[in-house]
Design a protein around this ligand. Structure first.
Ligand code: PLP
Length: 448
């Protein structure tokens, strides 16, 4: 199902060492100009990208298994996105929705209200980034409930702003030296099947019982504004919660008037083989945060939720200069149209059906592959010390990723312990590139 990309051949091609001379020259300029706090996992500088290919300034073409971190679900420079956003740019670039509103913003909110889980009445707001969406979801939950406490989980990632740093679990590199952090944030154990002491089958119910017990004893449910969770954890290592965990949390929230917030910034927009990952266990969040895959690469994010919660905030209490930028809205409408008309939800499932068996085969062959997990086009391998020894093995990651990078495959890592290889191909990638990318990863293991 390769997308037509007239100008950019959908073929891997490595013509220089990686990074090539032009990338190295740009990197020198970058080191002198860009603060070193901003990293790059594969410092080849991009000339163009599209379909399943990223081409660098030296003419190397990489197979894209990263999608700019689950952003370009509809592919890079998707023709519909380019046309619709370009047309909008020519009409007007910005008015600020808080001064002079425009139809695109309203249309994106209508679309989000329609496609997010649950058929209750909904409202949405648009902002610029995933972190900003999460911050606003917490503001809305606090305002609507008159409560302050926010419950989050081990291995969570919610962003890099002050409140979202507090909500994020991992210290290095996200929090180190950046405190003090916001208060009234409480962290619970995560239902992490691979590392659950009594085994994956007990994980969901037992972790839910622990969370309920801890919330009840340590916070008091009547003080909790929101329970916030990624339905599949992203940066934490593509952790799919033990079955039953999410439904039990939702039930507890309903019983105590707590707002259940699903952070679907990474999992949304067909990434996991459903339009949203919540759908897998049939849960309906009160609020849902979206970003990454929403607009085909343009910066946009949203909070969508129950009308009575969203509308509880006083007029003027939500907003921002750029939130719901007109070009980003146009891009989002084009991206959504693409996801729906090309049935990328089904395509995402099909990608998972190609990737997962080959990852399981790697696990059979290599003892350091401790776990294979994920859904749709969001799948991962967790590397451990060896058979029966689940000690995290971050050391094995570098040579594998390095081999893939030098052989033309963009591959990302993740995980609290830095020992997870994650696969996030664009949903429009062709089967041939998917197959070739997996073969490179398999060769990387063979050479280890
Ligand atoms: C990436 C991410 C965020 C933060 O999004 P930004 O756009 O980088 O601010 C929040 N939550 C989850 C689950 C994410 O994956």
């Amino acid at each position: 199902m390769a997308v037509e990309h007239a100008e950019l051949p959908q073929q891997r091609r490595i013509v220089t060492e990686i990074p090539g001379p032009r990338s190295r020259a740009l990197h020198e300029r970058r080191v002198a100009a860009v603060a070193r706090g901003v990293g790059s996992s594969l410092p080849v500088y991009v000339a163009r990208a599209g379909g399943g290919i990223v081409e660098d300034v030296d003419g190397n073409r990489f197979i894209d298994f990263g999608s700019g971190i689950a952003v370009t679900n509809v592919g890079n420079a998707n023709p519909r996105v380019v046309a619709r956003a370009g047309e909008q740019l020519a009409r007007f670039t910005h008015t600020c929705f808080m001064i002079n509103p425009y139809e695109g913003y309203v249309e994106v909110c209508e679309a989000l209200n329609r496609i997010t889980p649950g058929d209750h009445e909904k409202r949405s707001i648009l902002v610029n980034s995933g972190a900003e969406a999460v911050e606003n979801a917490v503001k809305i939950a606090r305002s609507a409930t008159g409560r302050q406490a926010v419950v989050v989980f081990d291995h969570a990632y919610h962003g890099r702003t002050n409140l979202t740093m507090a909500l994020t679990a991992k210290n290095m590199p996200y929090k180190q030296g950046f405190g003090p952090f916001a208060g009234e944030v409480y962290r619970m154990p995560m239902a992490y099947p691979f590392r659950w002491p009594t085994g994956p089958d007990n994980c969901g119910p037992e972790a839910a019982a622990q969370a309920v017990d801890l919330i009840t004893k340590q916070i008091g449910p009547e003080n909790v504004a929101a329970v916030l969770i990624e339905p599949i954890q992203g940066e934490g290592g593509f952790i799919v919660p033990g079955r039953g965990f999410l439904p039990a949390l939702v039930e507890f929230c309903r019983a105590h008037g707590i707002v259940f917030i699903a952070d679907e910034v990474q999992t949304g927009f067909a990434r996991t083989g459903d339009m949203f990952a919540c759908e897998h266990e049939g849960i309906v969040p009160d609020l849902i945060t979206t970003a990454k895959g929403i607009a085909g690469g343009l910066p946009l994010a949203a909070v969508t939720g129950r009308a009575e919660l969203m509308d509880a905030v006083h007029s003027g209490g939500l907003g921002g200069t750029y939130g719901g930028n007109p070009a980003a809205c146009a891009a989002a409408l084009a991206a959504l149209e693409t996801i729906e008309s090309e049935n990328l939800v089904a395509r995402s499932r099909a990608i998972g059906e190609v990737l997962l068996p080959r990852l399981h085969a790697l696990a059979e062959r290599y003892d350091i592959v401790g776990d294979v997990r994920g859904r749709g086009a969001m799948v991962a391998l967790e590397l451990v010390a060896g058979a029966g020894d689940t000690t995290p093995n971050p050391g094995a990651i570098a040579p594998i990723v390095e081999y893939c990078h030098s052989n033309g495959l963009v591959l990302l890592t993740a995980g609290t312990y830095g020992n997870v290889i994650r696969l996030l191909p664009p949903l429009v990638i062709g089967d041939d590139l998917l197959d070739e990318g997996m073969s490179i990863l398999e060769e990387a293991f063979a050479r280890l």
